[in-house]
Ligand binder design. Structure first.
Ligand code: PLP
Ligand code: TYF
Length: 394
């Protein structure tokens, strides 16, 4: 049967990483895959995570299965981190998942199980895996306008106009903070308008939050998701621990479903556990255990928050440096958006040809849509990027 298989398109982000590794030039700069890097270019294990790992080695007494829905210590701690006290705990059902991607996949599967005809509205652009998973599941996708490439800010009027097209039972996928790939985000007034529209139409909000703590702070980055939870009858949340705990390869994430009341919450919980069983039985536990240890131990949590805050502020500083450098070199404010964007990414607004020139002439690697990973820079490479951008005509 394998002879019937067709080549699958490669993941463009991962393919770029391969091209970078194969480039022999010593001056090359990797602004591709969304992985945090220190100014020295390493992706560290966070101090609190390492400390938890050491403790865990001492105290873990069994590797027997966890619960189907994952360890309740993890899911409770994550509900606290993401939702705070926005809704009653018994309205929230949860499953631990392999990464945020697993949560996204399970969320779509839940929607398809309930309503096979549901359409999923996604921002244009969005994280490519959203589209690829939806296509794989055979679900209908509708794009809504999101990014204005002239201003490199959110095209909110366009977004609202396109969301007017949602019908009851459709799903609207939103990024909770730090939009990937653009870095442009809604303000709270805009979130309120989106919520009003979705409630009027009877559409279901789904929030993907993969960068809590990378934008304006842990609490600030959760404001939108908490607002939606408090103001919509139902919602889905896919949260990733890959970035903010730096445990990418441990595959740690969570799907939360907020129901109208505890009775519906209980049925939803059973369905989420059912989906875990169909796909992989028990979710991975090692990363989840580290997360629950960090979140529930006051000292570990304080140290984790301090380190995460340093990461966030370091990226903000790089944003300001890059915007400043480009202002100086271009003599204009047209790159001011870089300091306004939040999270790991900014879409620079360069054409595919300019992106290629940056790669060929300057060994600077960014995604073809001109998304850069800010954390791929340091104070020495920022001026190099800025000069190269001007040179490439960006
Ligand atoms: N959603 C978005 C928007 C992302 O950028 C990512 C990236 O890593 C994820 C989800 C999920 O990541 P992971 O599966 O590694 O937790
Ligand atoms: O957008 C990114 O770079 C991150 C990491 O298939 C990533 O979200 C990239 C590709 C992929 C999974 C994660």
């Amino acid at each position: 049967m394998f002879e019937q298989l067709k080549e699958k398109p490669a993941d463009k982000i991962l393919a770029l990483g391969q091209a970078y590794r194969e480039d022999p030039r010593e001056t090359k700069i990797d602004l591709g895959v969304g992985v945090y890097k220190t100014p020295e270019g390493v992706t560290p294990i966070m101090r609190a995570v390492k400390a938890a790992e050491k403790q865990l080695w001492e105290i873990e007494s069994t590797k027997a299965y966890t619960a189907l829905a994952g360890d309740p210590a993890f899911t409770d701690a994550m509900v606290g981190l993401v939702l705070g006290d926005a809704v009653a705990r018994d309205q929230v059902s949860t499953i631990a998942t392999p990464g945020g991607t697993g949560a996204v996949r399970q969320a779509f599967e839940l929607v398809r199980m309930v309503n096979p005809g549901a359409r999923v509205f996604v921002s244009d652009p969005t994280w490519p895996n959203h589209l690829s998973i939806l296509a794989h599941l055979g679900m209908e996708v509708v794009n809504y306008r999101y990014f204005d490439s002239a201003t490199c800010a959110v095209d909110f009027a366009g977004m609202l106009t396109d969301l007017e097209g949602v019908r009851a039972g459709d799903v609207v996928l939103l990024h909770g903070c730090c939009h990937n790939p653009t870095g442009a985000n809604l303000n709270m007034t805009e979130w309120a308008a989106v919520v009003e529209l979705l409630n009027a139409k009877g559409a279901l909000p789904m929030i993907d939050i993969a960068y809590q703590g990378f934008g304006d702070g842990l609490e600030e980055d959760a404001r939108a998701v908490r607002f939606v939870a408090a103001n919509c009858p139902e919602m889905l949340i896919a949260a990733s621990c890959s970035k903010n705990f730096g445990i990418y390869r441990e595959r740690t994430g969570i799907l939360m479903a907020v129901a109208q009341d505890a009775t519906l919450g209980k049925i939803t919980q059973g369905n989420l556990a059912y989906l875990n069983r169909q796909n992989y039985s028990f979710p991975p536990d090692h990363g989840a255990r580290l997360v629950s240890m960090v979140l529930t131990d006051a000292d570990l949590r304080a140290d984790w928050q301090a380190e995460l805050e340093d990461v966030r502020l370091g990226m903000l500083k790089l944003r300001e440096q890059l915007a400043g450098e480009l202002q100086r070199l271009s003599g204009s404010d047209r790159f001011g958006f870089i300091a306004q964007h939040r999270g790991m990414f900014s879409r620079l607004g360069a054409t595919p040809e300019q992106v290629e020139r940056l790669r060929e002439d300057h060994a600077i690697y960014m995604i073809g849509d001109s998304r850069i990973n800010i954390a791929g820079l340091n104070s020495e490479t920022v001026p190099i990027l800025a000069r190269a951008m001007i040179d490439a005509g960006v």
